[in-house]
Design a protein around this ligand. Structure first.
Ligand SMILES: [Zn+2]
Length: 124
């Protein structure tokens, strides 16, 4: 693990690049079963907003919102890959797509968390 904690990530086509500051490595990776995540199939992990920065291709990012319109889901308009989203349960956090990180093999990620997005606390 780099001592600086800064990890680079990108979408598939490379139009969008981002950095995420992970001084302790990937923390709290999770899957969610909401109607979007279930289809998307990605493992996400949360960070405080200020630790995540889009460094290239912000103009390629497309915003998708549904249901309560609180969460903001971003994906690359060119290759369709989900990069990150602003979280509904904690809008001061982003979650990023763990598989977008350079040098990370998502099969090696031990998915510690599961969010029951079907029965989201904010829908009760
Ligand atoms: Zn792309």
């Amino acid at each position: 693990m780099e001592s600086s904690g800064i990890h680079k990530g990108s979408c598939h086509c490379g139009a969008v690049e981002f950095t995420v500051n992970l001084p302790n490595g990937i923390e709290g990776p999770y899957r969610c079963n909401c109607s979007l995540c279930d289809r998307r199939g990605a493992i996400a992990a949360p960070v405080q907003m200020e630790e995540f920065k889009v460094t290239k291709g912000e103009e390629f990012l497309t915003l998708y919102q549904f249901n309560t319109q609180v969460a903001k889901h971003y994906f690359c308009a060119q290759c369709g890959i989900y990069t990150h989203h602003q979280r509904r349960s904690n809008p001061s956090q982003f979650s990023y797509n763990v598989a977008c990180l350079e040098g990370i093999n998502s099969q090696d990620i031990e998915c510690v968390g599961f969010i029951d997005g079907v029965n989201h606390a904010m829908d009760q």
